[in-house]
Design a protein. Structure first.
Length: 140
């Protein structure tokens, strides 16, 4: 039997995943991190991107898009406190494309009503959502 760890992914609105897993990959600020059971303790911020969870027993993967938050790793427990999150199957590609287009236009036209920093953040989030959609397609 493979070693496992408890994984909890939550936002202020709801719990997105709670269960045993063999592996978790998350978009940490310093780059994507992979976590296996008995990983050294760690606390880091995460940026917009996809969190992948490999389930214990079945080996199936779950993908959850997070807009940012905190990742806490203990030897047998991984907790992700997401600013907001969307299950991979609920990501809307058309909406993400529109958001990306809107943010790119705002960045080109600095006199636009949208603030520059907000436009950059929206663009980063849209690009991360689109990347998560691509990862989800590969998993399936």
């Amino acid at each position: 039997m493979a070693m496992t760890m408890q994984v909890d992914i939550v936002s202020a609105e709801e719990s997105f995943f709670s269960g045993l897993a063999e592996f978790v990959a998350a978009p940490a600020i310093m780059g994507e991190v992979g976590v296996h059971p008995r990983h050294a303790p760690m606390l880091t911020r995460i940026k917009p991107g996809s969190v992948r969870v490999k389930h214990a027993m079945s080996g199936e993967e779950t993908l959850i898009y997070v807009s940012g938050g905190i990742l806490e790793v203990q030897p047998d427990v991984v907790t992700i406190l997401a600013d907001s999150a969307i299950r991979g199957e609920n990501l809307d590609e058309a909406k993400a494309q529109e958001s990306k287009k809107r943010a790119e236009e705002a960045l080109k036209n600095r006199d636009a009503s949208m603030e520059f920093a907000k436009a950059e953040a929206e663009l980063a989030e849209a690009v991360a959502q689109l990347a998560a959609i691509q990862k989800l397609r590969k998993i399936r």
